[in-house]
Design a protein around this ligand. Structure first.
Ligand code: UD1
Length: 357
């Protein structure tokens, strides 16, 4: 069996790591196409190095542009690559523009497509990610879902017969890296650089278009972060820096300590010793739960509803951020709605079972 993985943005490299490993273990031929949606080394290169992902076989270098231009470039460039590769499965990941472009380019030339992390829904159609995931799920032939809730959404949309519950591959990666951190192999850069002790600081990431692109909302989020009663290390995505500069919103103020994005192992090391995580990232709010660090998510909805139901994640608007991030500690839980860390093996097994060529 031959799989062609299409990736392009930071969270997809994290998901790709365990899939590449599981393919190698199962003797599956695996090729990687990088669309180039993310091109900064800290959003791309370092993930391949740190997570021991094989180099992409093809790099398209599409770069940044508007949604239509970026997605359109990817579509045009992916078509001949997929055609020439002629894999048993084109595998697309998550919910970015690279996901939608990969699925659409493949299905239009009658190549089988599988979607990893299928069935997640925020029901907020203003999010580009929501449009990407709904369209990708309906275009794909095989839907690899991370949770029971995601399976339920797929069934509601009439997609049950194409869906398989495999668990969450980001959990696989996190558990592996956490072991390395706990074994002392990875230093916490936040404690090293700022001189904080464990538990003395919060981590924050804000990069979603809904939070960054409206200057008033961006100012409200940053202002709330700056007023927290503990230091907040803000890991600034290039999009956040660009939008803050354009809107003249000062990021470096009050409780905020500005920092560049971290590589994945360093992020896990820093998160494990933080007292709280404030984010609008899909991945980080769930990783916080898996590490049992309380999280506040600056969004009106979440796809990872289990984190909220179990009390470890609270959704908030910017005005409620201060209260949410200083709330009392949640009840301990042993729940594992995201699987036990073997989702990538399950996904490769499902791909092998469903192969039709
Ligand atoms: C994308 C995904 C988002 C995901 C995020 C993870 C879509 C629609 N969104 O958002 O779901 O959570 O990746 O990081 O696909 N930029 C750089 N260097 C880079 C990449 C981007 O400077 O390597 C800047 C550019 O100014 C660019 C902006 O960030 O215009 C936005 O980048 P883009 O890839 O369009 O979306 P993200 O915000 O990264």
């Amino acid at each position: 069996m031959k799989i062609l993985s299409i990736v392009g943005a930071r969270p997809q490299f994290v998901k790709l790591a365990p899939i590449a490993k599981a393919c190698a273990a199962a003797g599956v031929e695996h090729h990687i196409v990088h669309t180039g949606q993310h091109y900064d080394p800290m959003l791309s290169e370092v993930f391949f190095e740190d997570l021991a992902i094989p180099r992409p076989d093809v790099h398209l270098n599409v770069g940044s542009a508007s949604h239509a231009v970026q997605t359109g470039r990817m579509l045009a460039e992916l078509e001949p690559v997929i055609q020439e590769s002629n894999p048993d499965w084109v595998l697309v990941y998550g919910d970015t523009n690279s996901t939608l472009a990969g699925a659409l380019a493949a299905v239009k030339i009658h190549q089988k497509v599988a979607h990893l992390e299928a069935g997640l829904r925020s029901f907020n159609r203003a999010m580009p990610e929501e449009i990407n995931r709904v369209m990708t799920d309906h275009a794909a032939d095989l839907l690899l879902a991370p949770t029971e809730v995601a399976m339920g959404h797929l069934a509601t949309e009439g997609l049950a017969d194409r869906s398989v519950l495999v668990g969450d591959v980001m959990t696989d990666v996190l558990f592996g890296v956490r072991e390395r951190v706990l074994a002392g192999e990875i230093e916490n850069p936040v404690c090293a650089e700022f001189g904080f002790a464990a538990g003395d600081y919060a981590l924050a990431t804000i990069h979603r278009a809904e939070n960054t692109d409206d200057p008033a909302r961006l100012e409200a989020v940053i202002s709330a972060l700056s007023q927290l009663p503990f230091p907040v290390v803000l890991l600034a995505h290039p999009r956040l820096r660009a939008k803050a500069e354009a809107a003249k919103v000062e990021l470096n103020r009050g409780a905020i300590r500005l920092h560049n994005p971290l590589a994945y192992p360093q992020l896990v090391a820093a998160a494990l010793q933080s007292c709280h995580i404030v984010t609008d990232s899909g991945g980080l709010q769930k990783e916080a739960f898996l590490m049992r660090i309380p999280a506040t998510t600056v969004r009106p909805q979440t796809e990872w509803v289990e984190t909220v139901e179990l009390g470890w994640n609270q959704l908030t608007e910017p005005e409620g951020l201060l209260n949410a991030a200083t709330r009392p500690a949640p009840e301990p839980t042993t729940a594992s709605p995201y699987g036990t860390g073997v989702a990538a093996q399950e996904a490769v097994k499902a791909l092998l079972e469903a192969v039709t060529k």
